[in-house]
Every structure is written in structure tokens, then in C-alpha cells.
Design a protein around this ligand. Structure first.
Ligand SMILES: C[S@@+](CC[C@H](N)C(=O)[O-])C[C@H]1O[C@@H](n2cnc3c(N)ncnc32)[C@H](O)[C@@H]1O
Length: 246
């Protein structure tokens, strides 16, 4: 891991976890899973973190070497109260001044320069929430396609978009039973990973890959959990990465 601040990255991640009220294993594990093979692109990168909330991914990107990270947080659908305040507190305590919060709706954000990496950590399904299934509803699909068209505009050529969120398809959701592992998710306001993948392909993204949630405490179970079927029975939480092709 590259050094970017006065403290070692490990110590910074420790402090970030404390400030977010989460365990270090939780922050490091989930976020490392999120970056996956894109971790190596963080050094010196310009990053946009859409719907950044209190900034777990924003600050971890900076700790792992990003040059500039813009976090968009309008405190809109799916937000938790006070996330902007927490963001600014963490920024000051960790002295990560390369991170900046913009309280702007993603579709109204028109940066001067495109970003090397654009992130949606549990935010892609909230930008314009719909309960329609965009695999079958043409009007709703068209609306969500505008989000991906805007992702294309703000991503540099050969840059990456990384998104994770719950899918619409889940065993418990499909049978109307509360999920023991994802009790607060409204599955109907989420879209399937395959639906986002197809929109990304239509907008000229390639080199797509999908991973599925593996909780850090049982990372030894990755060969069993990291697939669509087992995740359908558990978390239904995907990580989708794609590169903007020239
Ligand atoms: C479930 S939260 C995830 C927050 C954060 N990424 C995290 O993992 O802690 C979804 C976030 O998306 C943000 N959001 C919703 N609509 C948005 C929009 N149109 N533009 C930017 N952010 C948006 C919400 O304010 C909320 O903070």
C-alpha cells in the first residue's frame, strides 16, 4: 500500500473505522472487496464517489493513494442523517484534504474534467429510485439509462466505474419473507446486476466483471459464496466493475 499521509495506511484505516463506528476488519474487508483488482489503479487517481454518505470509500481511496476524491452527497434517497457532518469531521481528523464533499445530485454534476474511477457504493439504485423492474419496463429502463449515460460522460477513456448494491432478486424478497441477513433492504427498489451490466455495455463499457458479497469474517468461504446462486439465497449483493472503452 502506498504511503499518502503522515501515518501508515493501516493506522489511518484503523482511525477511519473508529470514526465510522465500524470494526477495522469490516471497513478494510468490505472496501478491499469493493476495489478488487482496481485497487492497483488508485495511486494518483482522480476519483468521484457518488452518494458517498459519511465517506468510507472516499477516505479509503485517499488512504490508498488517490490524488483527489470528490464525494457527491446531496443527502437524498437512502441517506442516513448527518452524513455530511460526519464526512467533514473525518476529513479534518484524518487530514485528508484531497477529499471534498459536494452536496450535488449526480445528474446535475458536470465536472470540468472526467474522473479515472467513478464509484457507487450502495448508491446506484438510489439515484432515481424506481420500483419498476427495468428488465421489463421500457420507460423505467430509459430513465436509468440516463444515469449510465452520465457515468460515461464523467468517466475518462479507459477509466473505471465500480458499483455495488443489492440486487432485486433474492430468495427472501421473492417469497415476501424478512431476510435474516439483510433485514432492512427493500428489494423492489433495486435492479439486478445483469440489468446494470447491460446498460453499461450499451453505453460503451467493457471488461466487465461481477463479484458477490463475502463477509470479511468468513472470507475463507469465498469459493462458496462468491456466486450469483448462493448470494441469491443470502445477501444478493453484487460488485460490478467496468472500463470505459475508447
Ligand atoms: C445507501 S446510501 C450509501 C452511502 C455510502 N455510499 C455508504 O456506503 O455508506 C445511498 C446514498 O446515495 C445518495 N444519493 C441518492 N440519490 C443521489 C443522487 N441523485 N446523487 C448523488 N447521491 C445520491 C444518498 O444521499 C445516500 O447517501
Amino acid at each position: 500500500m502506498p504511503k499518502t499521509a503522515k501515518n501508515e495506511p493501516n493506522e489511518q484505516i484503523n482511525k477511519l473505522a473508529q470514526l465510522l463506528n465500524r470494526s477495522k476488519r469490516n471497513v478494510q474487508g468490505y472496501i478491499q472487496n469493493f476495489w478488487g483488482p482496481c485497487l492497483k489503479f488508485l495511486h494518483n487517481a482522480n476519483i468521484l464517489d457518488v452518494g458517498c454518505g459519511p465517506g468510507a470509500t472516499t477516505f479509503s481511496a485517499a488512504i490508498w493513494g488517490a490524488k483527489q476524491v470528490i464525494g457527491l452527497e446531496p443527502q437524498a434517497a437512502g441517506s442516513s442523517q448527518g452524513s455530511q457532518t460526519t464526512f467533514n469531521k473525518i476529513k479534518n481528523e484524518l487530514k485528508l484534504h484531497q477529499c471534498k464533499l459536494e452536496p450535488i445530485d449526480f445528474l446535475k454534476y458536470n465536472p470540468d474534467n472526467p474522473f479515472d474511477i467513478v464509484l457507487f457504493y450502495d448508491s446506484i439504485n438510489h439515484i432515481r429510485e424506481t420500483t419498476a423492474d427495468i428488465r421489463y419496463d421500457t420507460a423505467a429502463r430509459q430513465e436509468q439509462k440516463q444515469i449510465i449515460a452520465h457515468v460515461r460522460q464523467v468517466t475518462a477513456t479507459n477509466g473505471w466505474v465500480i458499483m455495488c448494491d443489492c440486487s432485486r432478486k433474492n430468495f427472501f424478497g421473492d417469497f415476501g419473507i424478512p431476510s435474516p441477513v439483510m433485514p432492512t433492504i427493500n428489494w423492489k427498489t433495486h435492479q439486478c446486476a445483469a440489468a446494470w451490466r447491460s446498460l453499461l455495455q450499451e453505453e460503451g463499457f467493457g471488461n466487465l466483471s461481477i463479484n458477490w458479497r463475502v463477509p470479511p469474517r468468513i472470507k475463507w468461504a469465498k469459493p462458496i459464496l462468491d456466486n450469483a446462486f448462493v448470494n441469491y439465497l443470502t445477501f444478493s449483493h453484487f460488485i460490478l466493475r467496468a472500463q470505459k472503452l475508447p
